[in-house]
Design a protein around this ligand. Structure first.
Ligand SMILES: Cc1ncc(C[n+]2csc(CCOP(=O)(O)OP(=O)(O)O)c2C)c(N)n1
Ligand SMILES: [Mg+2]
Length: 589
C-alpha cells in the first residue's frame, strides 16, 4: 500500500503536478535537481508543498542538474531525479541523459512541455523532446492525460531500476500538470514485453561455468559496470576468494573489486595496465561479468582474448554476442549468477604458474612516471591524494581527459560506488556537478572532483550551486592549460601539430605548439580567483614541496575548496593501446 501523503486526502481531486511529486515521495525520492521555467512552474509550485520531504537543489545549468542526479545515482544505486522546463531547459538535459544511457545509470528526467493544444505548432519554447531523446533513453513518455501520471511515474521507477538500468524521460505538458483527477498510485503498470524477472542463470549454465573454471589454467575475470549496478561486488569478492582468479576492471567497474588487492590487475583496455592487457591476451578462460566489450577495452576485436574461452554473464540479452561471441553466454542478473556459482565452484587445479607470470609482468611493467621530475606531475598529485585519503571513506568524480585516466590508474578504489566518471559517453564537465550529487547523497563522506581545466570550465557555473546550496565538495584541478588528451593524440598521431587544443590566448606560442617550457607561468583563466569569487576557498600548488600541505588543507577544509595544481602539458597517459589495435601495439614510453 502506498501511503497517502498528509497534503492529499484519499479520493481528493489532485493536480497532475502534485500527483507527479507525490509519486516521487512514494518512491523514496529525497532530492530533486531542478531548474524552473514557464512550462514547469506547476511542478515547482508542487515541490514547495513537499518541502519537508524533498530537497530541491537548484543547479546553475540543466546539464549540471542532470550530472548531479547521476552523481547521486552512481554513488547510491538509487534513482537520481532531475527536472527542467521545455525547449532549451530540456535540450540542456540531453547530454547528461545520453551519458546515463551509455553507462546504464538509473535517472529520471522530468520536463515541462508546452500545453497539448499547441504541441506541434512551434509554440514558444517547444521542442519535441521525446523525439530528441528517443534513442538516448531506456524509455520515454509524453503524458497527454492527467489520469496517466501516477501509473507512468510508477512504471518509470520500475524501468529505471530493473534489468539493465538506465534513464527514463517523462515530458509533461503544462495543461496536464494543471489538470486534476483523483489519483490511483497503485494503478497497474502496463509494460507489455518487459519481463526482466526471468533473467536468471539456469543451474546447467552455472554447472558449465564451474566446470570451465575447474579446468582453466590461465583464467581472468573481466568485471564491468554491471558488477557495480548489479550490486554484485560482494559476490565477486567471494568468487575470487574461492578460486584465486585475478580480476581486471573496466573504467566503470572500478571498486567492484579492491584496486589494491594482490589479485587486482587494475584497469583494462586502452589506458589499462600492461599486465591486465597481457593477462587477458594470454588467458585460456575469460569470465566477462557485467560488461559490453566496449572498443576502449577490446581494441581490435578479433584479436581480443583470442586464445580463451569466453563466458559472458550479462543482464541485457542484446549485449550477448554483440561484439564478441561467447562460448558460454548467460543472460542473467550477475549478482544471482555469481551467488549460485559460489555455491558450487571449485578452484582450478593449479594457478601457481599463471599467478607467477602475472606477478612478473606486474613487477616489470607497473604504472610509472618520472618520480624525479622537479615540478608536480599529475600522476604524482593523484598518488599523493590517494595516500592521504585511502583510509577515509572518499568518493572521487572526474572530468574527461588525461586526468580522468590517471585518476583511474593511480587512485585505488576499495569499495563500489566510490567512483563516478563518465565512461561510455566520455563527457567533459561531468566532474563538478556529479560531485554535488554524490556529496548530497553522502554528507559524511569526503567527495573530491579530480578535474581538468577544460572539463571544469564546461560546468564551472556549478561552483555557485555548491556555495549556495551548502555542498562542501573539493576540486583537485590538474591544470595543464591544454585539452591534454587531445594534445596527446596530436603528439602521437599528428606530428604534434596543435589544432585548437591550447586553452590560453591565441597569441601565446603554445597555441601553435611552440611553447618551450612547461607552459606559461601565468595560467589562464585564474581558477583560484574564479573560485574565490564564487565564495569558495581556494589554493594553488606549483612546487612539489607545496603539494602535500596544499592537499591536506583542501581535505581538511570544512566548506567547498578548490586546489589548483599546475602541471606540465607534455605528459602522456601510458600505457596506451592505440584505437583499434592490439596488445602487440602497446605503447610504453
Ligand atoms: C563535451 C566534450 N567535448 C569534447 C570532448 C573531447 N575531449 C576528450 S578529452 C578532451 C580534453 C580534456 O581536457 P581537460 O579537461 O583539460 O583534461 P586533460 O586531458 O587536460 O587532463 C577533449 C576535448 C569530450 N570528451 N567531451
Ligand atoms: Mg587540461
Amino acid at each position: 500500500m502506498v501511503p497517502v501523503a498528509k497534503n492529499q486526502a484519499a479520493g481528493q481531486l489532485t493536480s497532475g503536478a502534485d500527483i507527479a511529486i507525490q509519486s516521487l515521495v512514494n518512491h523514496g525520492v529525497e532530492t530533486v535537481f531542478a531548474y524552473p521555467g514557464g512550462s514547469s512552474i506547476p511542478l515547482h509550485q508542487a515541490l514547495t508543498r513537499f518541502r519537508d520531504r524533498i530537497r530541491v537543489v537548484l543547479p546553475r545549468h540543466e546539464q549540471g542538474g542532470g550530472f548531479a542526479a547521476q552523481g547521486y545515482a552512481r554513488t547510491t544505486g538509487k534513482v537520481g531525479v532531475c527536472m527542467a522546463t521545455s525547449g532549451p531547459g530540456a535540450t540542456n538535459l540531453v547530454t547528461s541523459i545520453a551519458d546515463a544511457k551509455l553507462d546504464s545509470i538509473p535517472i529520471l528526467a522530468i520536463t515541462g512541455q508546452v500545453g497539448t493544444p499547441v504541441i506541434g505548432t512551434d509554440a514558444f519554447q517547444e521542442t519535441p523532446i521525446i523525439e530528441v531523446c528517443r534513442s538516448v533513453t531506456k524509455h520515454h513518455y509524453l503524458v497527454t492525460d492527467v489520469n496517466d501520471v501516477a501509473r507512468i511515474l510508477r512504471e518509470a521507477f520500475y524501468l529505471a531500476t530493473t534489468g539493465r538500468k538506465g534513464p527514463i524521460w517523462i515530458d509533461i505538458p503544462k495543461n496536464v500538470q494543471l489538470a486534476q483527477t483523483v489519483p490511483d498510485y497503485d494503478a497497474p503498470m502496463n509494460l507489455p514485453g518487459y519481463h526482466v524477472e526471468h533473467r536468471l542463470a539456469q543451474p546447467e549454465q552455472i554447472a558449465q561455468v564451474a566446470a570451465a573454471i575447474k579446468r582453466a589454467k590461465r583464467p581472468v575475470i573481466y568485471a564491468g559496470g554491471g558488477i557495480i549496478s548489479g550490486d554484485a561486488s560482494e559476490e565477486l569478492r567471494q568468487l575470487v576468494r574461492k578460486t584465486g582468479i585475478p580480476v581486471t576492471m573496466t573504467l566503470t567497474g572500478l571498486g567492484g573489486f579492491p584496486g589494491d588487492d594482490p589479485l587486482s590487475l587494475s584497469m583494462l583496455g586502452m589506458h589499462g595496465s600492461v599486465y591486465a592487457n597481457y593477462a587477458v591476451s594470454e588467458a585460456d578462460l575469460l569470465l566477462a561479468l557485467g560488461v559490453r566489450f566496449d572498443d576502449r577495452i577490446t581494441g581490435k576485436v578479433s584479436e581480443f582474448a583470442k586464445h580463451g574461452k569466453i563466458i559472458h554473464i550479462e543482464i541485457d540479452p542484446s549485449e550477448i554476442n554483440k561484439i564478441r561471441e561467447a562460448h558460454i553466454p548467460i543472460v542473467s542478473d550477475v549478482k544471482y549468477a555469481l551467488a549460485e556459482l559460489n555455491k558450487v565452484v571449485e578452484p582450478p587445479d593449479d594457478l601457481g604458474p599463471w599467478i607467477k607470470k602475472i606477478n612478473a609482468w606486474k613487477k616489470s611493467d607497473p604504472f610509472h612516471y618520472d618520480e624525479e621530475f622537479e615540478g608536480i606531475l599529475p600522476q604524482h598529485a593523484i598518488r599523493q591524494l590517494w595516500e592521504l585519503t585511502k583510509d577515509r571513506d572518499t568518493i572521487i568524480t572526474t572530468g574527461v581527459g588525461q586526468h580522468q585516466m590517471w585518476a583511474a590508474q593511480y587512485y585505488k578504489f576499495r569499495q563500489p560506488r566510490r567512483w563516478a566518471s563518465s565512461g561510455g559517453l566520455g563527457t567533459m564537465g561531468f566532474g563538478l556537478p556529479s560531485a554535488i550529487g554524490a556529496k548530497i547523497a553522502h554528507p559524511d563522506k569526503l567527495v573530491i572532483d579530480i578535474d581538468g581545466d577544460g572539463s571544469l570550465l564546461m560546468n564551472v557555473q556549478e561552483l555557485a550551486t555548491c556555495y549556495c546550496e551548502k555542498v562542501p565538495v573539493k576540486v583537485l584541478l590538474l591544470n595543464n592549460m591544454h585539452l591534454g588528451m587531445v594534445v596527446q593524440w596530436e603528439d602521437r598521431f599528428h606530428a604534434a601539430n596543435r589544432a585548437h587544443t591550447y586553452l590560453g590566448p591565441i597569441d601565446h606560442p603554445e597555441a601553435v605548439g611552440r611553447g618551450t617550457t612547461t607552459g606559461p607561468d601565468e595560467r589562464y583563466p585564474d581558477f583560484v580567483s574564479i573560485a574565490r569569487s564564487f565564495k569558495w576557498r581556494a589554493g594553488c600548488a606549483r612546487k612539489k614541496s607545496e603539494l602535500k600541505a596544499a592537499l591536506e588543507e583542501m581535505i581538511d577544509s570544512d566548506g567547498p575548496y578548490l586546489l589548483e595544481v599546475q602541471v606540465p602539458y607534455q605528459e602522456h597517459v601510458l600505457p596506451m593501446i592505440p584505437s583499434g589495435m592490439t596488445v602487440q601495439d602497446l605503447i610504453r614510453e
